[in-house]
Design a protein around this ligand. Structure first.
Ligand code: MSP
Length: 451
C-alpha cells in the first residue's frame, strides 16, 4: 500500500469560493478518490489563508474584525466543499493555534541558525499578490496578474537568505525532472532562476499591519503572509498523531499556475533551510478564462460561473472541469461548452451506456453462472477494457484527467480505435443472448439538457 498526501492551495478569505477554487479542489478530490480506490493510504488537505494585508483591508471595509471576517468566509469554503461532496480529511486555517505554533517554531529555528537577518529593502509591491515584483516581471508598470498599479515600498524587515539556495535549487530541478510537472512549469521556474535570486522579506512591521503571526524573536513584526501560508502543508501533519504520522515524506501539492513562484522557489528553499524534507511533486494546472477574457482574481464573473453547479448538477460540473481542461494548459469556460459536453458525453455516450446496461441486466435477470458462449465482440470489449485501464492509470499518474476521461487519445476518444462499449451494449449479438427486447428510443434519449 502506498501513501499519498495531497494538498490544494489554501484559499484567501477575501473572496467567496468561485469556479477557480472549485477547479483545483475538484481535481484534488478526483485524484484522492482514485487513489483510495486503488487501495492507497490517502490524506487530502485543503483550507484557508487568513492573514495579511488584503484580508485586513476587506474586513475593515466590511466593518468587521479580521477574525470575524475570516470565520465567515472560511465557513463558506467549508460549506461549499461539503455541498460539492469533497472528501478532504482535514481543513486547516492559518489562524488556528496548531498552525501558529509550527510557524513560530520554524521561524525561531531559522533565526537561530543564522538564516534570517534584519535589513532594508525597497521595491515594487502588489497588494493583491502580497509580494514584490522584479523589474523583469512587471508588465507595463503593472502587476502581471492583477493588472493594477504597483506601489514602491521601502522599509526595514527581516529577510530569509533565499539567495543562498539558488544553485542548490537549480541542481535539484535538474536532478529531479519530475519535481515540478508538467515540464513547462519546471522550465518556468528554471527561467526565474536564471536571474539572481533575492533574499525574501519574511516580516511586516506591526506599525503598518497587525493581522499576522508575531515573529517569535521580535514582536514589532508579524510574519509575511506567504511564509506563514506555505507552512500550512507541514503544520497540518506536524503534530505526528496517529492519523498524520508518516505522511510528510509523501506530500504532493496541486496548485494553479498563478502561484508557481512561491511554491517552486520560496517553498523548497524554506524547507531546505529548515532541514525539513522537500515535497515529492508540485503539480501545476492552467487557468480558466471566461468567454475569452482572463478570469482574474478580482473579476466577479467567476462567482456567477460557479452558480452553474446548482443549475446543472454537481457531477456534471465536476465532469466538465476535469474533461475540458488539458492539465497544465489554460481553458475557456462557457455555459454553451458546458452544455454541449453534458449532452454529447454524459447524456448520449455514458447515459446511453448506463441505460442500455441496466435494461440488459433487468432483461437477463439474475444468473448464477454465465453459460452463454463468449463471442469475438465480447473478447474485443474485454481487451479494450484492460487497455483503457492501463491508459487511465498512466494518465492519472500525470494528473491528466482529460486523458483518463477519454480526451487526447484516451479510452473512448475518437482518436482511439478501441471498440465502443455503448455500441457493444446495443449490438445484436449481445442482445440475442438475453431474453428480452433491446432498449427503446426513450431510454436512449434520456437526460439531455438545454441551456
Ligand atoms: N492564498 C494563496 C495560496 C496560498 S497556498 C500556500 C492564494 N489563494 S487564492 O484564493 O487566490 O487561490 C489561488 C488558487 O485558486 C490558484 O492557484 C488556483 O488553484 C485557484 N484558481 C483561482 N482562479 C483560478 C482560475 N481562473 N482558473 C483556475 N484556477 C484558479 O493564491
Amino acid at each position: 500500500m502506498s501513501t499519498f498526501y495531497l494538498t490544494t492551495p489554501i484559499y484567501y478569505v477575501n473572496a467567496r469560493p468561485h469556479l477557480g477554487h472549485a477547479c483545483t479542489t475538484i481535481m484534488a478530490d478526483a485524484m484522492c478518490r482514485y487513489r483510495r480506490l486503488r487501495g492507497d493510504r490517502v490524506y487530502f488537505l485543503t483550507g484557508t489563508d487568513e492573514h495579511g494585508e488584503r484580508i485586513a483591508q476587506v474586513a475593515a471595509a466590511a466593518g468587521k474584525s479580521p477574525q470575524a471576517y475570516a470565520d465567515e468566509i472560511a465557513g463558506a469554503f467549508r460549506e461549499t466543499w461539503r455541498r460539492l461532496g469533497i472528501t478532504n480529511d482535514d481543513f486547516i486555517r492559518t489562524t488556528e493555534p496548531r498552525h501558529r505554533k509550527v510557524v513560530q517554531e520554524v521561524l525561531q529555528r531559522l533565526y537561530d541558525a543564522g538564516e534570517i537577518y534584519f535589513g532594508e529593502y525597497g521595491g515594487w509591491y502588489c497588494f493583491g499578490c502580497e509580494r514584490f515584483y522584479t523589474e523583469k516581471e512587471i508588465v507595463d508598470g503593472k502587476c502581471p496578474d492583477h493588472q493594477t498599479a504597483l506601489t514602491f515600498i521601502k522599509e526595514k524587515n527581516y529577510f530569509f537568505k533565499m539567495s543562498k539556495y539558488q544553485a542548490w535549487l537549480i541542481k535539484h530541478l535538474e536532478d529531479n525532472p519530475d519535481f515540478i510537472q508538467p515540464d513547462r512549469y519546471r522550465n518556468e521556474v528554471l527561467g526565474f532562476l536564471r536571474e539572481p535570486l533575492q533574499d525574501l522579506s519574511i516580516s511586516r512591521p506591526t506599525s503598518r499591519l497587525e493581522w499576522g503571526i508575531p515573529l517569535p524573536f521580535d514582536d514589532k513584526y508579524v510574519t509575511y503572509v506567504w511564509f506563514d501560508a506555505l507552512l500550512n502543508y507541514y503544520s497540518a501533519v506536524a503534530s505526528g498523531g496517529e492519523k498524520t504520522s508518516g505522511l510528510w515524506e509523501h506530500v504532493e501539492h496541486l496548485i494553479g499556475k498563478d502561484i508557481l513562484k512561491p511554491h517552486g522557489v520560496y517553498w523548497p528553499t524554506m524547507l531546505k533551510a529548515a532541514g525539513i524534507p522537500l515535497y515529492r511533486h508540485l503539480h501545476v494546472h492552467g487557468y480558466w478564462s471566461l468567454g475569452g477574457s482572463k478570469m482574474s482574481k478580482s473579476v466577479g464573473n467567476v462567482v456567477e460561473a460557479f452558480q452553474l453547479t446548482d443549475k446543472y448538477g454537481h457531477d456534471a460540473f465536476r465532469y466538465f472541469l476535469l474533461r475540458e481542461m488539458n492539465f497544465g494548459l489554460d481553458a475557456s469556460f462557457s455555459e454553451e461548452a458546458f452544455v454541449d459536453r453534458l449532452n454529447a458525453d454524459l447524456a448520449n455516450d455514458l447515459g446511453n451506456l448506463a441505460s442500455r446496461a441496466s435494461t440488459l441486466i433487468a432483461a437477463a435477470g439474475p444468473v448464477a453462472t454465465v453459460t452463454a458462449p463468449v463471442e469475438a465482440a465480447d473478447r474485443e470489449i474485454a481487451t479494450a477494457a484492460a487497455e483503457a485501464r492501463a491508459v487511465i492509470e498512466q494518465a492519472m499518474e500525470e494528473f491528466a484527467f482529460q486523458k483518463a476521461l477519454g480526451g487526447r487519445s484516451g479510452p473512448g476518444s475518437s482518436a482511439c480505435s478501441a471498440p465502443s462499449p455503448t455500441r457493444w451494449a446495443s449490438s445484436a449479438s449481445c442482445w440475442s443472448r438475453s431474453s428480452r427486447t433491446r432498449p427503446g428510443r426513450s431510454a436512449r434519449r434520456s437526460g439531455r439538457v438545454a441551456p
